[in-house]
Ligand binder design. Structure first.
Ligand code: FAD
Length: 432
């Protein structure tokens, strides 16, 4: 992650270096600082476009949680730097032709077009970033927010590009202009890739819902099969974006961990918990309906690990990727010992209990019935203290998936007990 951060910082600073190399005459320090902030603001905006969770080649390098964190950090950096940059410009203002100032070192532009696009971007950027930060507290659908975010991002890039090429003295230099234009095209291509090209690939590789079944009061299993195309190449624990009841280009695609094992055949199964508008209407999905898959994604993988055993800790529907692991280990006769700790609000929410019982999991239930004989409460320090052995803490791999509070508590406990981060894998079911 540190290496990736350094690469991103270098990329964000590269246009500044190119700009400085493109001129011979420099302006007073404050004005150069203002330009530098504007340049960094634009380059971080462009990088934020490419480093969004859905850019496939990026998710091969950084895990999707980290890429979303980086995306957000870049958005905030773009906001702060771009917002600050005009306040540094002091000096003579001038518009129109400036034959006395061919290098534009002496004047700050007042050209209407250049200023208008800059002012519009200046006004839009804060609402854009703040909306992204707090979209979940607003009343509209997640997909509506995604549309606003994608279109708003393209409009912003267009405005900032226009402002940079027309207002900035560096933007007038041919090399610098070329750099900004190609950067903007690349950023827009990443949207075209994630919406149009990916949609086209999904259209060519449709799937069919072959089973849909409610397995607990709030959880469903969906099974999809490929329609005459080759099976998905994935690893246990990975996830895909699933589209059902919408066209392949739609924003209505939801991330779900694959709970089937790659070794079990071409069908994919998902364990889905009712939550919002899509997952609460699963009873309207019928066998035979068309489905589309975008993936696989994700770094929650145990196939490339060589620890002597695996502790899996799941809260609620966080059991989904664990089912994928357990099933894959069984199908491939992998003899690595596993220990599962599985927490739920009540017993009726325990999914696939009969399948899991043979591996002797530790079930933890928050609101037990009077008949419950297992552990009660949440998966917290007390549970982990009694349940994990010294040997497991010393050498085993820990794979976690569940609600954020549970993950933070468990990760904190493991770190306190000396488990290095390299032996803890975790997945959050929320990109924010
Ligand atoms: C990597 C990952 C794996 C997941 N695996 C599973 C799983 O195996 N089983 C399961 O039940 N749930 C899983 N989820 C959560 C699941 O994606 C959401 O519960 C589901 O998308 C909610 O959609 P909705 O329309 O029913 O609810 P909404 O009310 O629309 O959304 C509720 C919240 O879910 C998230 N969400 C909704 N739509 C999307 C989307 N298109 N892309 C990203 N996030 C979205 C947002 O945070 C949103 O605030 C996973 C999430 C992630 C990020």
């Amino acid at each position: 992650m540190i290496r990736i951060r350094s690469i991103l910082i270098l990329l964000a600073l590269a246009p500044l270096g190119v700009s400085w190399l493109s001129v011979d005459v420099y302006r007073p320090l404050l004005i150069e600082l203002g330009s530098a902030l504007g340049i960094i603001g634009f380059s971080t905006l462009l990088i934020a476009f490419v480093v969004s969770g859905r850019t496939r080649w990026i998710t091969k390098i950084i895990n999707i949680d980290d890429s979303m964190r980086v995306h957000r950090a870049l958005g905030v950096t773009a906001l702060v730097t771009a917002f600050a940059h005009p306040f540094f410009f002091t000096g003579s203002l001038s518009g129109g032709d400036r034959p006395w100032d061919p290098t534009r070192a002496l004047t700050i532009t007042t050209d209407f077009g250049a200023m208008a696009s800059g002012i519009l971007a200046f006004a839009l950027l804060p609402s854009f970033v703040l909306l992204a930060r707090w979209h979940s507290s607003l009343e509209y659908r997640y997909e509506t927010w995604r549309w606003i975010h994608a279109i708003g991002g393209c409009v912003l890039v267009g405005l900032v590009l226009h402002h940079t090429l027309t207002a900035g003295r560096y933007g007038e230099q041919e090399t610098v202009a070329l750099l900004w234009i190609s950067g903007s095209i690349l950023a827009l291509l990443s949207i075209i890739d994630s919406r149009l090209i990916r949609g086209w690939i999904k259209y060519l590789n449709p799937w069919t819902v072959t089973q849909i079944e409610q397995v607990t009061p709030k959880q469903w299993v969906i099974t999809v099969s490929p329609d005459n195309h080759k099976p998905l190449q994935y690893k246990a624990g990975q996830f895909v974006w699933l589209t059902i009841q919408s066209n392949p280009y739609s924003m209505e695609e939801h991330p779900f961990s694959i709970s089937s094992a790659p070794a079990s055949g071409p069908n994919l199964t998902f364990l889905v918990k009712e939550l919002g508008d899509f997952t609460q209407n699963l009873n309207q999905i019928n066998v035979g309906q068309r489905a589309y898959i975008n993936g696989p994604y994700g770094h929650l993988r145990i196939d490339d690990r060589n620890e002597p055993g695996i502790v899996m800790i799941a809260g609620g529907v966080g059991i989904a990727p664990m089912l994928g692991f357990i099933r894959e280990l069984r199908h491939t006769n992998d003899s690595r010992p596993i220990h599962l700790i599985y927490g739920n609000r009540n017993e009726s929410q325990i999914a696939f209990k009969e399948e899991l019982d043979p591996i002797d999991p530790t079930y933890v239930v928050a609101e037990p019935s009077t008949n419950w004989k297992g552990l009660t409460g949440c998966i917290d320090q007390t549970v982990l203290q009694t349940d994990l052995s010294e040997e497991q803490l010393k050498a085993w791999l820990f794979v976690l998936c569940g609600p954020p509070a549970m993950l933070e508590g468990v990760e904190g406990y493991l770190r306190d007990r000396g488990v290095p981060q390299s032996r803890i894998l975790s997945e959050r079911f929320n990109f924010g």
